[in-house]
Design a protein around this ligand. Structure first.
Ligand code: FAD
Length: 299
């Protein structure tokens, strides 16, 4: 990255940038402000066979204590912009969903309040097809575009993204997305927004003293039915299980919360113990929802 004039931080602890406050250093963390910078970082890394990963708000990530080699980028600057044009919203992948949602409601646009109550960038939400019982981000997406690992641009239709429950097949790093929203009544939507937030606050550990990566495990399909992983863990007696500073939340058994002394290794050990417990009790294999670096397939 020698010739690039970009904001880069060497050996930057990712614990400072992940929601769970865990994780070792990134060899090089770069905040990308413009498309030109992105293309240059990608093509230079590709030419030198340096892996590039993209970090959103780190709210669904578990980075190992040893950290990750190569480059981690964050989409900042122009990638955090979003705008409305009639019922259409154009958003950069670095835009914070928690800022986008209230604006969409203020503009009287329906389709995004359903995603309230969790931290996400637009890019991270698309990668995870984030959502819940009110809807998923893919419901209103009309197209997205971005850059392949070699720095070449790509466009993708919704069908090509192959969205499913908390999954997508993005071709590379998404940088822009267009959403088709519906006209709605701001007052009604504000009420619904409040309801969603209140429900989340009463069922999930959301306080600053309970850092987590959201749901640790995917809700498993049992027959035709997607069951609550939290309920299975709870029924198996998992609430309160602990390894070091990591414990299964008493509020929601699919959340693993940590103390400031916790390590990612302790979270991983606890996840294995919970998987064993549920396998023994219910004969169900829980699959992690949380993305693990450096192990999971990532961008
Ligand atoms: C308290 C709490 C509650 C939560 N509740 C929910 C919930 O109700 N529903 C839900 O779905 N999730 C929930 N989550 C999980 C999390 O908020 C979502 O998965 C969110 O979409 C992750 O976004 P992010 O920007 O933080 O992505 P990150 O966690 O930073 O990254 C997640 C993945 O997305 C990839 N990624 C990020 N940006 C891009 C990009 N531009 N292009 C390609 N790939 C990219 C990353 O490489 C990584 O693989 C919760 C998390 C917390 C901490």
């Amino acid at each position: 990255m020698g010739a690039l004039v970009v904001k880069k931080h060497l050996n930057e602890p990712l614990s400072l940038h992940c929601w769970n406050k865990l994780g070792g250093p990134a060899e090089c963390l770069i905040d990308i402000e413009t498309q030109d910078e992105l293309v240059r970082v990608l093509s230079e890394s590709h030419a030198n066979q340096i892996p590039v990963r993209v970090l959103g708000l780190g709210s669904n990530l578990l980075v190992s204590d040893g950290g990750v080699s190569g480059v981690v980028i964050r989409l900042k600057g122009e990638f955090t912009n979003f705008s409305f044009d009639g019922n259409t919203m154009h958003a950069g992948a670095g835009a914070d969903l928690r800022k986008v949602i209230p604006e969409s409601v203020r503009f009287g646009l329906d389709g995004l309040w359903q995603l309230a109550g969790f931290p996400a960038t637009i890019g991270g939400a698309l990668a995870m097809n984030a959502g819940g019982r009110w809807g998923e981000i893919s419901d209103t997406l009309s197209r997205c575009s971005g850059f392949l690992p070699n720095g070449k641009p790509y466009e993708q239709t919704v069908k090509e993204c192959q969205f499913s429950y908390r999954r997508s097949q993005l071709r590379g790093i998404v940088t822009q997305a267009t959403f088709q929203l519906r006209a709605g009544d701001p007052r009604q939507m504000r009420r619904k927004l409040k309801k969603v937030m209140a429900e989340k606050a009463s069922t999930q550990p959301l306080g600053a003293n309970s850092p987590s990566s959201g749901c640790a495990f995917r809700n498993p399909l049992i027959g035709e039915h997607r069951c609550s992983a939290g309920q299975l863990i709870d029924e198996a007696g998992g609430k309160g299980m602990r390894v070091g500073g990591a414990s299964v939340s008493a509020e929601h058994a699919n959340f693993i919360v940590t103390t400031p002394e916790a390590t990612s290794g302790e979270v991983m050990d606890l996840m294995h113990q919970v998987q064993q417990l549920v396998a023994e009790h219910h004969k169900v294999n829980l699959i992690p929802e949380v993305v693990q670096w450096p192990n999971s397939k990532d961008h």
